[in-house]
Design a protein around this ligand. Structure first.
Ligand SMILES: [Zn+2]
Ligand SMILES: [Zn+2]
Length: 278
């Protein structure tokens, strides 16, 4: 069984619509795919309709912050209509618009000819994010390709035009998702200097109900994966994996990283004790 539990679509900052993501997932030989767009479940219906023989695991990637650092939390199998969770997701999405507008203003101040209208048009119905601003910057000729926007000169974390955002406390995120009958997995805790989550913090999250840690991720070295596996074992958590595919933005890599069958089953049974694997 091949399960990729971390995939984005154009419902957030991926480049491919959900149906296309599912088509590519089938092509990549996957059996299970989790659609985990940032702070939205808007892509789930289209993905489900296009799933065919694939199992779609409904998911989400929540923007969180701990000790002044950003941290991403994957959530699965929750009830998206649960009022508290739905309200929190709406708040995060509203803030994304405020923040994107503020970054566009800063770019204008730096002489970049990008307008909010252009960014909004590129984002369309998607949850607006930095990749949409990056594409507008490239279209304006300020940079040669969207990737170049993610430097300290522009909109990388701490960059000249960067604006921080409202983000959930991860302990609250875990509680919200649990209240909605779902499970949480800490995303890519060792993917880089800006996103390093130390052992003690992971243990703290495990103590309040974290179900798993994403061990297999393209940006995590073998050395970090080994250390995470040992920690996951000590804390009795589930080790997951996913490609974090964003379509052409990351290079198509669906299925490049996967979750083992027993880990997938363990994750599902934490959300649905005694229930069946979807
Ligand atoms: Zn992430
Ligand atoms: Zn992601």
């Amino acid at each position: 069984m091949r399960a990729d539990l971390h995939v984005h679509s154009s419902a957030s900052d991926g480049t491919d619509p959900p149906a296309e993501v599912m088509r590519r997932a089938a092509q990549a030989g996957l059996d299970v795919v989790a659609l985990t767009d940032h702070d939205t479940v808007a892509g789930h219906a289209e993905a489900r309709a296009a799933a065919g023989r694939l199992s779609l695991l409904p998911g989400l990637e929540l923007s969180c912050q701990l000790g002044g650092r950003s941290l991403h939390m994957l959530a699965y199998l929750f009830d998206a209509d649960q009022p508290e969770l739905a309200a929190e997701l709406a708040r995060i999405r509203d803030d994304r618009v405020i923040r994107a507008r503020a970054m566009v203003d800063r770019l204008a101040g730096l002489g970049v000819a990008v307008t909010w209208e252009q960014v909004a048009e590129i984002a369309g119905s998607a949850v607006v994010g930095r990749p949409h601003i990056a594409r507008a910057m490239a279209a304006s000729g300020a940079i040669a390709s969207p990737r170049e926007a993610f430097t300290r000169d522009w909109i990388a974390d701490g960059g000249r035009a960067y604006v921080g955002r409202y983000a959930l406390d991860p302990v609250r995120a875990i509680g919200l998702v649990r209240a909605a009958r779902g499970v949480t997995v800490l995303a890519h805790p060792r993917a880089g200097r800006d996103t390093y989550v130390p052992d003690e913090q992971i243990a703290g999250l495990a103590a309040v109900g974290l179900a798993g840690v994403e061990v297999n991720h393209p940006d995590q070295s073998d050395n970090e994966r080994d250390k995470l596996l040992a920690l996951v074992h000590d804390l009795a958590l589930v080790a997951t994996g996913g490609s974090d595919d964003h379509g052409s933005l990351t290079g198509h890599r669906l299925g490049a990283e996967t979750t083992a069958a027993d880990a997938y089953e363990a994750l599902v049974s934490r959300a649905r004790p005694g229930g069946s694997v979807p």
